[in-house]
Design a protein around this ligand. Structure first.
Ligand code: NAD
Length: 506
């Protein structure tokens, strides 16, 4: 199948891509750090050499302003690659472990960081570059090969990446497969060593079911309704500006966009007028005319959003509400006094609609958050540490951010991922490397007869004395039970063991 812009891969190409990736991994091409480093450098060059083409493709797909593409796609992708380049040797080196007493001498214990193998990366349309390059940088750094399946809903970007990949990257190791559900289903029929999926929860269940057939490990980066709790005494100007940024960036089509607000009536009275003013400052009185405001990805999502807005039985649109189907435009829209059970509060909004739920106090806000699925992010706006701590201590979410929106995603050293229905596993920085790495434990022992004698207590024929001696080494004593005599008696026992061992082996 083919969309008007993007040619989808056929079954033969899909099988070939999988086979190539698997064979390349088996041949060991991607293992040497020199190879990984070179490919990461090439990935960085791909982005750096083609900035204008990437900005243009994403604009065609999402009407994203170049600043948004730089801030939300290019800069964070380059950061991820650069971080991997900076730390590759450190992340990939063997980790030596201090052995326990029984293995103290004549043994080396270490954790080898081995690539998991051939990985499948399935990415979504909303940040079509960052959400492809982020996981790919992790797979490359870890020494994996990868088949990448970009979203067909951002076809200009997928097409551009399909052209650029073979020009910059080793085509034996990193291959793009294009397509929609049929092509992804084909990919999922095969055995992978890791699947990294970013997208919605419904497809995540399909992916997980397919992965379970081969017991393939998974990373699932999903979404959810991320709340923003605003203290009625918060700095409303700062809160309004940061929430406006979080909700209008990519027209709200961000997995960590604030989905809804929780405010007391007093808080609403303070926040709403400031928010209105801030939106005008950012996009003028008619955001449709602003070059800085993105559009909804496609007709289906536009209708989905309008349906949710129109079927909303409660609440009052106090800001925005305008829309234009031909332009896929929906204004930043605030709906006040939304009923807790209303349509707007059912699924993740993933667009520029912002319902406000009125709460009695912070306890009421916490209770409401906890009545819903675990969100990917939780935002708190307050200068009162007790307020923030209370919300953080009594809720769960993939991440929490105080007095900020979205930016925790750009901090490469903070693990990024969900909990419960918002996802499984995490990545960014070293965590991306870890996601594609198998930590292989290794114990390497000497055959020296002295150490063999010391360990002879484990061999049959079993005796009570051997068990007593083994206990000393194998059954650790908790700190509260340790005393001076116990600590010193161990050395006496060591001497005894050596004596008995020698006697037995003689
Ligand atoms: P999407 O429609 O582009 O789908 C994601 C991928 O799944 C695509 O590559 C698509 O081809 C594939 N796919 C679609 N239907 C399929 C099927 N039936 N079988 C197999 N594969 C299929 O993107 P989306 O899911 O609409 O993305 C939006 C969702 O993703 C939101 O819920 C958002 O919160 C979440 N998201 C999460 C993150 C994160 O990092 N946690 C980032 C972005 C988006």
């Amino acid at each position: 199948m083919t969309s008007s812009i993007l040619r989808f891969s056929n079954d033969a190409e899909i099988s070939q891509a999988i086979e190539t990736c698997r064979q390349t991994y088996k041949a060991g091409y991607t293992r040497p750090l020199k190879f990984r480093r070179h490919q990461l450098e090439q990935l960085w060059r791909l982005l750096d050499d083609n900035v204008e083409q990437i900005i243009d493709a994403i604009y065609k797909d999402l009407h994203k302003h170049r600043n948004e593409t730089c801030l939300g796609e290019l800069f964070p992708s380059k950061e991820e690659i650069n971080d991997a380049l900076e730390h590759l040797e450190e992340w990939a080196k063997d980790e030596y472990i201090e052995p326990s007493l029984i293995n103290k001498y004549g043994v080396t214990c270490l954790v080898r960081k081995e690539p998991k193998g051939a990985a499948l990366i399935v990415s979504p349309w909303n940040y079509p570059v960052f959400l492809t390059f982020g996981p790919l940088a992790g797979a490359m750094a870890a020494g994996c090969t990868a088949v990448v399946k970009p979203s067909e809903l951002a076809p200009h970007t997928a097409k551009l990446l399909t052209e650029l990949f073979p020009r910059y990257l080793d085509s034996r190791a990193y291959i793009i497969v294009n397509g929609a559900a049929h092509e992804t289903t084909k990919l999922l029929e095969h055995k992978w060593d890791h699947i990294f999926y970013t997208g919605n929860g419904t497809v995540a269940k399909i992916i997980m079911k397919a992965a379970s057939q081969h017991l393939t490990p998974l990373t699932l980066e999903l979404g959810g309704k991320s709340p923003a709790v605003i203290d009625e005494n918060a700095n409303m100007l700062v809160a309004a500006r940061r929430i406006a940024f979080g909700k209008t960036f990519n027209a709200g089509q961000t997995c960590v966009a604030p989905d809804y607000l929780l405010l007391t009536q007093k808080g609403e009275e303070k926040f709403i007028p400031v928010f209105k003013k801030v939106l005008i400052e950012m996009f003028g009185t008619n955001p449709q005319n602003s070059p800085d405001y993105a559009r909804v990805i496609n007709n289906r999502h536009w209708h989905r959003l309008m349906k949710v807005l129109n079927e909303n039985q409660s609440g009052e649109v106090v800001i925005g509400g305008q829309s234009d189907e031909k332009d896929l435009y929906i204004a930043p829209t605030v709906v006040l006094n939304v009923d807790r059970e209303d349509k707007l509060m059912e699924d993740e909004i993933f667009g520029p609609l912002l319902p406000v739920i009125r709460v009695a106090d912070v306890d009421d806000a916490i209770e409401y958050i906890n009545s819903k699925d675990d969100p990917l992010s939780l935002y708190i706006f307050s200068d009162n540490k007790k307020f923030s701590k209370k919300v953080i201590d009594h809720t769960r979410s993939g991440a929490v951010s105080v007095n900020e929106c979205l930016l925790h995603v750009t901090e490469g050293h903070l693990p990024f991922g969900g909990i419960g229905s918002s996802g499984m596993g995490n990545y960014h920085g070293k965590k991306s490397f870890d996601a594609f790495t198998h930590e292989r434990s290794a114990m390497i022992k000497t055959t020296n007869p002295v150490f063999e004698a010391a360990l002879a207590v484990r061999y049959a024929p079993y005796t009570k004395n051997n068990l007593r001696l083994a206990r000393v080494f194998l059954e650790s004593v908790p700190r509260f039970k340790r005393n001076f005599v116990w600590r010193h008696i161990k050395w006496i026992v060591i001497a005894l063991i050596f004596g008995i061992g020698y006697k037995r082996l003689a």
